[in-house]
Design a protein around this ligand. Structure first.
Ligand code: ZN
Length: 314
């Protein structure tokens, strides 16, 4: 089977090795989601700084979600008390990505926004928290980690979430940029692979792992913003450019697409759980309720008497 993936709608897992034995010591991911980010953001009229933060959130979500080893949904949700109140993005393990931001339309947008840097989280969101949630569809399992919104960028928040919740050293970076109406949105993560035997592993194994982590971290920290959002540089080329000395092994790509999970049935179920008095408040004089999906902006009209007829409202 020949697959020709678009370089701006995919995740590439990769591994970095070290030493003569070619042992995989670090796992990495690069998510490049400019194409879905472009169509998602076109449906919303966000001020430029908020759009950039949303594009970063989409790339980060795709990158972190790709570490899921089961069917489910990965969600990034940040709450702030400044211009942006809610920043939301989620992705299914099949690669269906979506997101939205809720912001105070009356508040002034930052006039010193620098589009050549990652979005300024303290300026846009103030103080608050960011939560990363994994929902396992089939088994119903749910895991959530929350950290305070500290640090300058969303990547800093994601890195500190890993520091709080995982035993493994992890580093995350994200960047986004709009050029000629097209978004570039890229996130990269590196994670140290636990050495065999864990704490009981040999000193030589630990030294090898320490060295590899230090080298990979230094190489990733040398990554420039303009390299991450360069439309002429493929994600694969970026991996090899950065980590050539660590013999990167690239795994098959995973596709990411702009796809919402809303449906007429979901809207009806949601409305069916409301109090009949609330339904009347929502409806116009003809008994029609108009519901717009926050994510994909799909507009749906539903009659209150249709909802009342549904068994879920009993
Ligand atoms: Zn939708």
């Amino acid at each position: 089977m020949t697959v020709t993936p678009l370089s701006d709608s995919q995740i590439i897992p990769f591994y970095l090795t070290s030493g003569a034995e070619n042992i995989a010591l670090i796992r990495g991911r690069i998510a490049s989601v400019g194409k879905p980010a472009t169509t998602i953001l076109q449906r919303h009229a966000y001020p430029p700084a908020i759009a950039r933060m949303q594009a970063e959130a989409l790339a980060l979500t795709a990158c972190l979600a790709s570490t899921l080893k089961f069917d489910g949904i990965f969600t990034l949700q940040a709450k702030g008390d400044a211009l942006v109140r809610t920043l939301f993005a989620d992705m299914t393990s099949d690669g269906d990505l979506r997101g939205y931001a809720a912001f105070d339309a009356d508040a002034p947008s930052p006039d010193n926004d620098d589009p050549t840097l990652p979005a300024n989280v303290p300026q846009l969101m103030g103080s608050g928290h960011i939560a990363f949630t994994v929902d396992e569809g089939a088994t119903g399992g749910r895991y959530q980690g929350i950290v305070d919104l500290e640090g300058a960028t969303l990547s800093d928040a994601a890195t500190s979430w890993f520091a709080n919740s995982e035993q493994l050293d992890t580093l995350v970076v994200a960047a986004s940029h709009l050029q000629d109406q097209q978004w570039q949105a890229t996130a990269m993560m590196l994670q140290r692979i636990a050495t065999e035997g864990g704490e009981n592993g040999s000193a030589a194994e630990r030294d090898l792992s320490d060295d590899a982590w230090h080298t990979a971290k230094t190489l990733m920290e040398s990554l420039r913003f303009d390299e991450m959002v360069d439309p002429t540089l493929s994600p694969e080329a970026l991996i090899f450019r950065l980590f050539n000395s660590m013999e990167p092994h690239v795994a098959p790509v995973r596709e990411v697409r702009d796809k919402c999970r809303c449906s007429p049935q979901r809207v009806e179920n949601m409305l069916g759980q409301l109090d009949p008095a609330d339904l009347t408040d929502l409806a116009d004089e003809d008994g029609q309720i108009e519901i717009i999906c926050e994510f994909c902006k799909t507009k749906r009209q539903i009659r209150t008497d249709e909802i009342a007829a549904s068994p879920t409202s009993q």
